[in-house]
Structure formats: C-alpha cells, structure tokens
Write a protein that binds this ligand. Structure first.
Ligand SMILES: [Zn+2]
Length: 476
C-alpha cells in the first residue's frame, strides 16, 4: 500500500513537473542568396531554414535532458548536414552556464548541472533528406518538412511542444498538416497532442494557380509549370540558373478542371462533402530513388489541414491515371479503421483504389484492360500472384513512402481491387457497382466498419451467393 502511494506520488510529481515546463519552437525561413556566408552552410535548397527550440525547465528529475529525432535513416552520417550548426545551451538567469551537449544523429543529450528554472536553447539549420532521395530538380520549388519520413524537430515525451511559429520570407505558399492562424508572415500552428507536424513550401513562381468550385467544394490547383535549368557563363564563371517552363497550356488547364468536375459529379452522388469544403492540389514532380534498382517511385499524399480543408500533393503523372481520383476520395472519407486493425489496408486503401478506378474508367471493358496491363507489368517484374501475403496481414503489407521491402503496392492497389472487379464481373458489373457505391456511402457514415458491414451492403439474396462470397473472402 505504502509502495503504491509512493508510486502515485511519484507519478503526480512527474506529470506536474513536466507539465510546468514550456517548450516552444520557432522556425525562420528566408531565401538563400547563395552568398559566401550561406554557401558555407551547405544548403541544398533555395531556402535557409533556421529552427530555434526553447525549453523552460521548471524542475527536472534527471541529470540529462534527452531529446530525440524519430525519423532519419542516415542521420548518423549526415547529421552535420541535416542539422547544420547545431547548438544547445543551458541558461540560468540570463547567463549561459553550459554549452555541453552531444548529438549522434538521433539523440541530443544535454547534461544538466542545474535542474530547476533553467532555459534550454537549441538551434540549427535544418534541411530534409528529400533533396538526396529525390531524382529530379524538385528541391528548387518544393521543400517538404515531412516528419513521417525525416524529422525536422526534436521531441521529448515528457515535455510536449506548446507552441510553434513559422516565419516565412519570400514568395512561397505554405501548407501544413495542422490548422493554423496567420499574422503577416507568421504562421501560428495549432498543435494537437500526438500528431506529427509536417509542412510544405512551394515557390510560387513555378506554379500556376487555378481556382473553381465544383459540387460545393472549392478547388485551388497549383499546377506545376515545369523547370528549366540552364548553365550560363556569368563573369567568366559557370553558374546554374533555374526558371519556370511552359507546361501549363490552356488545354492542360481545362482538361484538369474537366477531370475534377467529372469525378465530383459521381462523388457527389455517393458522399456528402461532410469532411471537406476546400481541396488544395499541388502538382509537382515527386519521384524518389528506390534502394536497389534505382527505378523511380512516384508518390502522392492527401492530408487533412483541419476538419474542412484538404491538401493533396501529387506527382504530375497522377493526371494520367486514376491517382488524382484516389486522393480526392481520401478528402471525402475519414480513415475507416485504426491503423493496427487487420482491415486497415482493405478499408482505407484498396476500397478507395477500386472506387477511384470506377470513377476514372467507368466501364467494365475499360477496367478489364487496366487490370490486364497491371497484371502483365507485375508478371514482368517477377511477382507471383499466388504467393502474395493476405491483405489482412498488416505487418507484411506495411505501407511506407519509400515503397521498398514489401508487397504493399501490389496487394493493396492492384490485387485486392482486382478481386473486387472479378466479383463484380461474376455477379453483374452494373448491379455490383451500385451496391459498392452504397457500401462506400454507408461506411462513411457508420462508426463501425467491418467485414460484416461490407457483406451486408454488397450481398443480397440471389445476387451474391454465400459460396461466391466465401470464395471471394478466401482470396483476400
Ligand atoms: Zn490512398
């Protein structure tokens, strides 16, 4: 009993102790003028990003304050490059009492001689590893701070971040994974517990902005103009200049608008725009090197800024297939189930993918040829459909942006939608599609999504027999 009391007291003190500390981050972003001074900072991007992290420690029970970076595959080798000019000082009553710290690329350890009422000041110039993974000139006009793949700030579980301000100079558009308010050039981010903080900057001179409303949703498209890189002789020295290209023609722009409006007409018959009233689409060249075979891996991502705003980043190739439809559907739906649930990939991705294929191609024959082409490609790549892991095996179908080391893309985005399509063909495509729309609409309203709900919505007497249904489930 005594032990338990002590434990509770310890917990209360720990919680109170940590909650009294204040942690603030401010980020200053300004153009890289390529001066000799900035050259020495070895910046990959046309921007310099200065991060200042201040922690007011009221009282602390450990001898060392440890802050960590969650993501960064090769931070160890490039720590001085990614977290350039890293400094950490301990300050007591306006006097610097220590600048001792160590940083191994993941952990920042700051020894504390004083543990009461001290301020910790950490500063560094950050640049994401995106510039090294990317296989085009994208870093000239898109600068991602995507915490999920490369941490740009330090964390400590006991001391949550209380405030984050981003000061931005230059003609850049700003997109953030969290809601924010803006005063002049400062973005005050509204932090949510346990959510990662990611933001993106794009250089406006490389983008053509187009806005329109479709089915009560406002669209802001940031269409990538392309980039031209020239080497010019400047004062007898070679220098490289970049300027916008002319990719955005009138035809391209009106095709994009037509595509979205067509998709929206169908989507509006399935979903109410309950979760979204503004969708921002940023079109850029988003391809990454893969680990081994160095083929490109293009990517896109939808994220929610707040309840009603959505930001979608897409590779320029997304306009050619059903990918843009896929990302738009994500804006209309909430993640159906928890990430650890065995049905996560099925409900959150495979169903979205099949729906996007229907919206894009809208006929049984067109879908047949899409799946045929995909199947030929995968066979060429040496994959055997019979030996793929089940969609319910969450571990084996682990989704990650690098796209390496697993079968995710094939099972989630090809094989399972293909099984849905086969079932549709077996029982009658048109009838099946209406039932499939019905499931999507119901699932977006219901709190509980599970296989039973899917079955109830898709199956009805003399439409899909139990035998057909069970055979379908066995293949998943
Ligand atoms: Zn998706």
């Amino acid at each position: 009993m005594k032990y338990l009391n002590l434990l509770i007291l310890f917990l209360v003190v720990s919680i109170l102790g940590s909650s009294q500390s204040i942690s603030k981050i401010s980020v200053d972003v300004f153009p890289n003028d390529h001066s000799a001074e900035n050259f020495a900072k070895m910046q990959l991007y046309p921007l310099i990003v200065e991060v200042k992290h201040q922690i007011e420690l009221k009282s602390y029970d450990k001898d060392t304050l440890i802050l960590k970076l969650d993501k960064g595959d090769y931070n160890m080798f490039f720590k001085d490059f990614f977290y350039n000019q890293l400094q950490a000082s301990v300050i007591k009553e306006d006097k610097v009492i220590s600048t001792n710290f160590s940083f191994d690329g993941m952990l920042l350890k700051i020894p504390l001689q004083e543990k009461h009422n001290v301020n910790i000041e950490i500063s560094y110039l950050h640049q994401s590893d995106f510039g090294m993974k990317n296989n085009s000139n994208t870093t000239e006009y898109l600068i991602p701070f995507m915490d999920e793949w490369h941490s740009w700030y330090f964390t400590n579980n006991e001391i949550p971040i209380d405030s984050l301000k981003i000061n931005l100079s230059g003609d850049f558009s700003f997109f953030c994974s969290l809601p924010y308010t803006k005063t002049n050039n400062t973005y005050n981010i509204e932090l949510k517990q346990d959510s990662e903080i990611s933001f993106y900057l794009i250089d406006n001179k490389y983008f053509h902005k187009k806005s329109f409303v479709s089915e009560d949703v406002k669209y802001n498209l940031y269409l990538f103009k392309d980039i031209v890189i020239d080497t010019v002789l400047n004062n007898n020295k070679d220098s490289v200049i970049a300027y916008p290209g002319d990719r955005i023609t009138y035809d391209f722009e009106s095709n994009v608008e037509k595509t979205i409006k067509h998709t929206m007409k169908h989507l509006a018959s399935i979903f109410e725009p309950k979760y979204v009233n503004e969708i921002n689409i940023i079109d850029a060249s988003l391809s990454l090197f893969l680990d081994d075979d160095s083929t490109g891996y293009t990517w896109g991502r939808q994220f929610e800024m707040n309840e009603k705003q959505s930001v979608i980043l897409v590779d320029t190739s997304y306009w050619n297939d059903n990918s843009i439809q896929h990302e738009i559907i994500h804006s209309f739906t909430k993640p159906f189930v928890n990430k650890t649930d065995s049905t996560y990939h099925l409900f959150s991705e495979s169903l979205v993918e099949y729906l996007s294929l229907i919206l894009k191609y809208n006929s049984e024959n067109a879908l047949d040829s899409v799946f045929n082409k995909k199947s030929i490609n995968f066979k060429k790549m040496g994959y055997n459909i019979d030996s793929l892991p089940s969609i319910f095996d969450i571990g084996k179908n682990n989704l990650n942006l690098s796209g390496t080391g697993n079968f995710s893309n094939i099972v989630i985005y090809y094989y399972v939608p293909f099984l849905f399509h086969n079932l549709a063909k077996e029982v009658g495509y048109k009838k099946f599609i209406l039932r499939f729309y019905y499931f999507c609409a119901v699932a977006n309203q219901e709190e509980t999504k599970n296989m039973q709900l899917l079955k109830n919505c898709l199956q009805s007497k003399d439409f899909i027999s139990d035998k057909q249904w069970n055979a379908f489930i066995d293949k998943l």
